[in-house]
Design a protein around this ligand. Sequence first.
Ligand SMILES: [Zn+2]
Length: 345
Amino acid sequence: MAARPKLRDMTAQTVLSRPVQRGGAWRRVLWTLAGVSALLVGGAALMSAQDDRLPVPANWPDMGATLPAAQPPKGLAFSVLPTAASNGGSEALVVGGGSWLTYRRPVQVAVLVNHPQAAFLFDTGLGREHAAQFAVNGVAHQLLLGYGEVRPAADQLAAAGWPVSRIRMIVPSHMHWDHVSGLVDFPDAEVWVTPQEQAQAEHGAPPAFLRSQFETVKRWRSLHFTDGPYVGFERSLDMFKDGSVVLVPLTGHTAGHTGMFLNLPSGKRYFFTGDVTWTKEGIDWPADRSKVLRRMVHLDHDEAMNQAAIVRLHGIQRRFPSLKMVPAHDENVMKTLPQFPAFEG
Ligand SMILES: [Zn+2]
């Protein structure tokens, strides 16, 4: 009778080399895989279950019967400059209630508005100095916030014969790193931000705020919403006093987060909504970013205020379905807009 092998001799090799037990080992592997898959699916379902739609009020604030009048001048046009795309992930993380099986790749863009009085950028996307700026982040944040090839807005403009000096102003939706990386590429532009946003950025820290991106700005312009109510917002700022470009406060994601209505000569109307949501689905459903991501990373300055802003955008979209909403990172929406050097006016 063969001696019973000691426990330490029962290696995987000895188990697998015995034909009688080989099937058992594979069965164990399959059961383990099934168990891990069930855990993953169960975990994902559990996480998704926490992502309820945001409650919608029975009565909306007065937004007027129609969108406000505008006199956009002939020649006003805009174009999108895609500067980079993040490495991306499951849609269920990007928007609560999204599919775990849909892969999303949020983009970082600059929006060029060419108004006869002045050309300006709404956000800059990633700029020429992105690598040095991003290098201050730890390894975990570099992985989490990773992005692909960068095509700085300044380079795209230069290639099409636009000197950077032609960009007179930059209006960041907010001062997070993926929106103001290109400020340094436009040293003569006036940067319009609210005092609250500037203060938050100056007291902020990586990875959200990167000092190297804005410490050399020469010309700040303090943005105040000195004009009257607009589409339900109590205050607004009509940039050129012709109703074509109207800024509104969308506080929550950051302290001075700003949105931009753009009213074109063609009659087409856009609302650039920054990072209130990362996707159009967030406005349509309405839904915040996934709870699991919000608990993992500190995303919002004031989460409750940002959720109120999401619901407000949802209400505006319901009231004015022809108004085209443009969340700053939604790659699907961006694809439908004119890509530089193409313009729409
Ligand atoms: Zn962003």
